[in-house]
Design a binder for this molecule. Structure first.
Ligand code: GLU
Length: 375
């Protein structure tokens, strides 16, 4: 049963494939999205738009026929395409009497508490004035941002939804939801109206990216739904080609695929789980058992350290079989951990010098994960 009674804040993500037509932008589609967002605002919702399209539109402006893979060229395309994108949104929203704002972010902006607090405050101010912020990744700033950091706007939109406490994430694409197979090639494929939890089985229905200039395909949409679910935010994956899709979703109609929210993690737990990790450690079975019982991690339970990290960084915690146990904030850096690991607590003073604690992280600094496909 779809329940939108608690929804106040909505994040809507629009993919490149929806916005491009032939050799340029699909202006009619942009206008339709702006008008529909206007309808949602009239229904009393606050709306944040996350729009892809900068790289694709820039590539088209430059006359590229195929997907651009060379990172500096993708960045150049993004810087050419982003103002084109905003020009259309500005015009589309203006026709509906709505002001819009551009917000370009990197993953670091969300990971860093100070920049995240600034972002949260400025976005709340924009929303309280009725402005629709249009987010995109700041593709020009960092090589890592395109393709690896967020990897895609699907996951970025989920992280934004999680950070600003949205209750609904709508991912608009060129297909009307999640199918059990590829409906374009498989006649037996059926659409799923609702998904309780994004399990590995559900993940296996997803395929790779669809059109020439798009990035994620269904897989990243399901990963996004998982991130949103942990923030008690529902997700709907639906077809943005339909001119009334947004209102139809909020009316509770069976539009697209609805993915239920799951447990609500605290902001700190979400910060840990969604943060990129700097390195990892391996723990033995005894330590895993103790951590499951909400105990702290001691050096004697650590059997491996890899990567370079500092105190306070988020690290991955693996079991000896290689599977991911969780993510945690470490109280020691990688060099210290490498010499402490396997040692009893009463030996730490001798190894590191007097005054060192023996606790690598406390229970509240760890988030145990059930599956690791989006981390
Ligand atoms: N930031 C990229 C762009 O505007 C899009 C990434 C994505 O499609 O998910 O083109």
């Amino acid at each position: 049963m779809r329940d939108f009674s608690k929804v106040r804040r909505i994040v809507i993500k629009v993919g490149t494939n929806l916005l491009s037509s032939g050799s340029g932008i699909n202006a009619q589609r942009v206008r339709s999205i702006c008008r529909q967002i206007g309808d949602l605002k009239n229904m009393g919702y606050q709306v944040i738009l996350v729009s892809s399209g900068a790289v694709g539109l820039g590539a088209m402006e430059l006359g590229h026929k195929n997907k651009v893979v060379y990172i500096p060229m993708r960045q150049a395309c993004a810087s050419i395409g982003q103002p084109v994108l905003m020009q259309h949104y500005r015009e589309g929203f203006r026709e509906c009497g709505i002001l819009t704002a551009q917000v370009l972010i990197t993953r670091n902006d969300l990971n860093n508490r100070k920049t995240y607090n600034n972002l949260r405050a400025s976005v709340s101010t924009l929303l309280s004035m009725g402005v629709v912020p249009v987010f995109n990744e700041n593709d020009v700033v960092s090589i890592a941002e395109i393709g690896t950091a967020f990897g895609d706007n699907d996951r970025m939109s989920a992280m934004v939804a999680s950070k600003i406490d949205a209750q609904l994430l709508i991912l608009l694409t060129d297909i009307d939801g999640l199918y059990t197979g590829n409906p374009r090639t498989d006649r037996d494929a059926v659409k799923l109206d609702e998904v309780d939890t994004v399990t590995d089985g559900i993940m296996s229905f997803a395929r790779g990216a669809g059109s020439t200039f798009s990035t994620g395909g269904m897989k990243t949409k399901l990963m996004a739904a998982k991130i949103a679910a942990m923030a008690d935010c529902a997700t709907v994956i639906a077809c943005g080609e339909d001119d009334n899709v947004l209102v139809s979703i909020l009316r509770g109609e069976n539009t697209g695929t609805f993915i239920h929210p799951s447990i609500r993690l605290t902001q700190r737990q979400r910060w840990i789980i969604n943060n990129s990790h700097s390195g990892s450690i391996v723990i033995d079975d005894g330590a895993a058992e103790a951590l499951e019982k909400h105990r702290s991690l001691l050096p004697s339970g650590v059997v491996g350290v890899s990567g370079i990290f500092n105190r306070g960084d988020v690290i991955q915690v693996h079991r000896t079989d290689g599977s991911l146990f969780g993510k945690a904030v470490t109280a020691f850096d990688s060099t210290e951990l490498a010499v402490m690991m396997g040692h009893r607590s009463d030996e730490i003073d001798t190894i590191l010098g007097k005054g060192h604690k023996d606790c690598i992280f406390r229970p509240e600094d760890l988030v145990v994960v059930k599956d690791d496909s989006s981390l």
